[in-house]
Design a binder for this molecule. Sequence first.
Ligand SMILES: [Zn+2]
Ligand SMILES: [Zn+2]
Length: 336
Amino acid sequence: MTPTTPPRPADLEAVFPELAPLARTATRLHPRPGSPSPQDSSIGGPLLWPAREPWPHCREDAHHTAPITLMSLADARLRRRIDLARESREALARPSREGWGYTPEERALLEQIQPRDKPEGPVAMLPVAQLYLRDVPGLRPPEGADLLQVLWCPFEHDDGMPTTAVFWRTAAAVIDILLAPPEPAAMDGVVYVPEPCLVHPEEVIEYPSAMEFGKEMHERLERWAIAELGVEYQNLCIPPGCKVGGYVNWGMTDPYPTPCPTCGTPTEPLLTISGTEWAFDLHHWIPYEDQAANLAWGPAQDGPKRPTRICVSDDNAQIIRVCPASPEHPHTQIMQ
Ligand SMILES: [Zn+2]
Ligand SMILES: [Zn+2]
């Protein structure tokens, strides 16, 4: 069952014909917790990785940490399970506060988590996304490739985000699969450990952020959206959550150029990684199938709106951009 995004609350092209030529198709990935295999498209799932190929490691030194939370991957997953159980209990208990907090058993397990030292030397990266072209036709891979794999180092770096590694490959060429990839020796809590999710891609139409237009058009878009629909234009033009392609929902900064570091060609958004799949009260981006669960969980808890459980920096979007001139050129990433 593919989650289905409701239609926009208004036909933007009918009101602003100048938006029509700028419409762009993006693919909402709709990650949902599951048990993906290497043969599945996933967020945080196992990769179809060749046994003979070295596993990517981060070799940068600038790992920003809050030392008190450093833990092993196994402990991070334990911590995640306990937090999910507590959160689900609290959601069901509403409005009563009975049963809030950790149980004595959970507290005992949490106390067993051993703090780890900051890793020295290369840090094994974690799978973030694996997307097959058959599931996401909007991927636009290089000639011959049909599989995108993205990994990250589970620490924030100087740009406030985990460093990422991007690979394109041909799935049929992977015969021997690496079954037990290396794990990072420690990680900064759980926010950069994606919960394994299957994806349910759905194509949607996007329009540029108002910030990409001149002052006059920017103001017309914002005025009309607030007056007619009571929402900001930025909440109409681009969906929240994990997606492939489309536009950048600027707002944390003004739009700025992001040329390819090798050839200077303007880069294009490939993958947007975002912890929150929707805002509690922005119903037009909440798939029909999730609206009842969204209401049941209420605004305070993550619940179904944060299926991957990740949180980039201050709950921002991490956008991986690639050079349209050559897949050989290194990717760049920005945060919004
Ligand atoms: Zn790193
Ligand atoms: Zn380039």
